[in-house]
Ligand binder design. Structure first.
Ligand code: 3PG
Length: 212
């Protein structure tokens, strides 16, 4: 799958809802309940970060939830991409981009949403064929103001800003011409996941889904 095809696919996923919940889940036993709460709350596209030993099992379990599209986040290496694809991830998200990672995703047919934060990083990603990018770390890299500035010289690039995005500042990003959706962990905080408070998470998903 060429980078152009990958971006076509990730763009279509990003268009499904205004927010992609970024999930750090330590217990695969939570996966089905959590994914069901998010999907039924109106957020069908989920990013499970590869930051816990349970992450691949979480992806495996969430991939069974009807109506969901489960991707792997924090994909840094070709091996991460292969393990994510084998666990059933339908896309991968990375905080950055390397040629090795791009080549691996091309080889295994896994759509990649690569990260970029500067004009040079965006230009390099576009040179490799990617036009749908994660703007990371969004708030620390200048927030909506910075991303708006990239729209002028680089209108071909579209973004999912992630990193410091909240229910309060998400509308600033979503109003930009180069933003398709945002990503964030605020929808499913650790405490609610650990407590299995799916009603609270579903409520937050619902509010996020109404952002657009
Ligand atoms: C991440 O990879 O951790 C995401 O950027 C989420 O950032 P957030 O916790 O600030 O939403």
């Amino acid at each position: 799958m060429t980078p152009e095809q990958q971006s076509h696919k990730t763009r279509a996923l990003c268009e499904l809802a205004p927010v992609i919940p970024v999930l750090v889940v330590g217990d695969a036993g939570c996966a089905q309940g959590l994914a069901t709460a998010l999907v039924s709350g109106g957020l069908p596209v989920l990013e499970v970060t590869l930051r816990t030993p349970a992450a691949l099992d979480v992806i495996r379990a969430m991939a069974q939830v009807p109506g969901g599209h489960v991707g792997a986040g924090t994909v840094l290496t070709p091996d991460d991409a292969k393990r994510a694809r084998d666990a059933g991830a339908s896309f991968a998200v990375s905080p950055g981009l390397t040629e090795r990672l791009a080549r691996a995703c091309e080889d295994i047919g896994l759509p990649l949403l690569p990260g970029a934060a500067t004009a040079s990083e965006v230009m390099r990603a576009m040179e490799l064929g990617y036009s749908m990018l994660k703007f990371f770390p969004a708030e620390a890299a200048g927030g909506a103001k910075s991303l708006r500035s990239l729209a002028g010289p680089l209108p071909q690039a579209s973004f999912c800003p992630t990193g410091g995005v909240t229910l309060q500042n998400a509308p600033d990003y979503l109003a930009l011409p180069n933003v398709v959706c945002v990503g964030g962990s605020w929808i499913a905080p650790d405490a609610d996941v650990a407590a299995g408070d799916w009603a609270a998470i579903r409520g937050r998903a619902h509010a996020a889904a109404a952002l657009r």
